[in-house]
Design a protein around this ligand. Structure first.
Ligand SMILES: Nc1ncnc2c1ncn2[C@@H]1O[C@H](COP(=O)(O)OP(=O)(O)OP(=O)(O)O)[C@@H](O)[C@H]1O
Length: 600
């Protein structure tokens, strides 16, 4: 046998499951430790996507339980729409099977590979079948499956299937067991926390080997999944055009108008004119050279950008702040959602936030939170376009030291939302270097950098003022003593004067529609509690908080008005009140600091 024949005898096709079994690192299963995070990430992404599609507020339960020395059971359960029993084996037991691959819209999952890769990993390391329970509504029973993947054929193997009684009305629960370790527990918790920041509508409860964590929702606003759009003429490649043309029975002009986003009569005529083709041609009969001319004409003609508002779902500035506020304590935070842009025909939106101070580490690099389609990116930070763009900014001009990314108590969040996030690999760890995306990130960082600089200089000015006030106050008792000695009067109590100098309380009143707005700026180092009194009946000195305010404040009475004000921060509240009132600020010890008459 000659060499060619010998080689030929060894040739055989490779199933996709076999390929990924060997190349599991490509899907984020490069180490047992990482396996846990990747599995939870894939399952939680699916749960959030499914809840959005069904317009349900997500309630997700995540558990990691040690079952043996190095075997862990991962459980993810959601209250989503469930999966029909006919689909369950394929969703979890076949790679490259999913509902999103062919749709042009923002979604977390794309390739139909994520969760089945986790099933494959489990069968590789422990051989234990994945257990899936799913129910599609109260009228249908729940089904429980034990599943494996036939690697040679990439087909599901149903080890067991039964109808069971499940106390959930609808939802899906997956249980996967594989060899791993909890060495990356911190990263896992970061993943859950970051997921909660960019999905403030989701409630996530986690039991990490007995350690319970609750990530509450900060918003009851249901997120509606964006709508799929047709491909944009500037974002299409020859292969897809060839397939679309072959499958269509339309004439050229109709094919262009119906098959592509933003192509109207005028653009279609222009494209056909430039391509040199006849409008009467049916696209299924176009030859490869003709398709090439058509493609080139499609990319030459100027067509409005794809309808981003339809197919993208940015988080929004307010929601980003809500998400950050519920998970981090910061002195300052600002966010931005940029206008949509396009790269190679794919629409994208950049959102970002910058936070400072609070409980952030004052040493070392800033906390950089990278997200793509509301999913945190946890690995390959150095290889990501987000990191590169953040490092390109000259942070020193915003008074921040930097070593690549800024250093100090800074938190930076960047979210890339797109119908086609250009990841560097299938494991979706890092965003590829696309000029248009990097440019947008640099711009948003510069904008937020200016905001942070303003905050820092305001804070420094306040600090200076406070130091001056402290210096004056330290002299007051001596001055009072000296003056009393001269005028031969008893030494007066200077503490109210000290209080006035040290504590700046600003009360703003706007009586439009009976709403009074109060702003309290506390420049003391000690926390203060704030109480509002209605002074129409009682005297300022010994008035009790009036219950007529509790109507407005409700059960939040204590929580809201006893709120601690961080040094150097402003505090704002709105309440409805008609009578004249005073604002009484007391120290934690109950000592009256200052009373401001709201009518003054
Ligand atoms: N919890 C769930 N609830 C409802 N449907 C689900 C759930 N999990 C998965 N699915 C369905 O199964 C399909 C396949 O999921 P899978 O994780 O394999 O791929 P994907 O999320 O589409 O893409 P990716 O490979 O990028 O993660 C999804 O497209 C979705 O239609």
């Amino acid at each position: 046998m000659d060499l060619a024949e010998e080689l030929a005898s060894k040739q055989r096709s490779i199933s996709v499951a076999e390929f990924f079994e060997k190349n599991k690192h490509l899907l984020g299963f490069d180490s047992p430790t990482r396996g846990i995070i990747t599995t939870i990430k894939e399952a939680v992404d699916n749960s959030l996507d499914a809840c959005e599609e069904a317009e349900i507020l997500p309630d997700i339960y995540v558990a990691v339980k040690k079952t043996d020395r190095d075997v862990f059971r991962i459980i993810v359960e959601d209250n989503g729409p469930g999966i029909t029993p006919a689909q369950v084996p394929f969703v979890f037991g076949k790679l490259l099977y999913g509902s999103r691959f062919h749709q042009i819209r923002q979604s977390r999952g794309q390739q139909g590979i994520g969760i089945s890769a986790a099933v494959l990993y489990a069968q590789l390391t422990t051989g234990i079948p994945a257990v899936v329970t799913s129910r599609t509504g109260h009228k249908s029973p729940a089904h429980r499956f034990e599943l494996l993947i036939k690697t040679e054929t990439n087909e599901p193997e149903i080890v067991k299937q039964e109808e069971i009684v499940w106390d959930r009305m609808h939802g899906t629960r997956i249980e996967i067991e594989f060899k791993s370790s909890l060495a990356a527990k911190k990263r896992l918790l970061d993943y859950l926390r970051y997921t909660s920041v960019v999905n403030p509508h989701a409630r996530i409860r986690a039991d990490i080997d007995g350690d319970l964590h609750n990530f509450e929702r900060a918003s009851d606003e249901i997120i509606v999944a964006p709508k799929a759009i047709a491909p944009h003429p500037h974002g299409i490649e020859l292969g897809l055009l060839k397939r679309m043309a072959a499958l269509s029975d339309k004439k050229l002009k109709e094919f262009l108008i119906d098959g592509f986003s933003r192509v109207g009569e005028k653009n279609a005529d222009e494209i056909i004119g430039i391509s040199g083709l006849k409008n009467s041609r049916k696209t299924s009969g176009l030859k490869i050279e003709e398709l090439k001319s058509l493609l080139s004409a499609m990319q030459t003609v100027s067509v409005p950008p794809p309808p981003a508002s339809q197919c993208l779902s940015p988080i929004g500035e307010e929601m980003i702040i809500k998400g950050i506020d519920k998970e981090f304590e910061l002195d300052f935070v600002k966010s931005r959602t940029r206008k949509s842009q396009v790269y190679s025909g794919n629409p994208f939106i950049i959102e970002a936030a910058i936070g400072y101070g609070g409980k952030l580490e004052s040493e070392g690099s800033a906390t950089l939170m990278r997200f793509a389609n509301r999913v945190p990116l946890l690995y390959q930070q150095g290889a990501c376009a987000i990191t590169n763009a953040v490092s390109q900014v000259n942070w020193k001009s915003y008074n921040l030291p930097q070593q690549g990314i800024p250093t100090g108590p800074v938190m930076i969040l960047v979210h890339v939302a797109s119908t086609n996030v250009p990841f560097t690999s299938e494991s979706k760890d890092a965003v590829a270097a696309i000029d248009e995306i990097e440019k947008e990130i640099v711009l948003v960082m510069q904008d937020l950098g200016r905001e942070l600089k303003n905050f820092l200089s305001r804070r420094d000015k306040n600090k200076q003022e406070e130091e001056r006030a402290r210096a004056v106050c330290s002299l007051l008792p001596d001055i009072a003593a000296k003056v009393s000695e001269i005028v031969e009067k008893p030494v007066p109590d200077v503490s109210p004067l000290e209080a006035q100098i040290m504590r700046k309380v600003v009360a703003k009143k706007q009586t439009i529609g009976g709403i009074v707005e109060i702003t309290v700026s506390n420049h003391t180092r000690s926390p203060v509690s704030v109480t509002v009194y209605n002074m129409s009946e009682d005297s300022a000195a010994d008035a009790e908080p009036k219950t007529d305010f509790t109507d407005v404040i409700g059960s939040e009475y204590n929580k809201l008005w006893k709120a601690e004000i961080e040094p150097e921060s402003a505090w704002k509240a709105t309440y409805t009140g008609t009578g004249s009132g005073t604002l009484d600020v007391r120290g934690v010890d109950g000592k009256k600091l200052v009373v401001v008459d709201l009518d003054a």
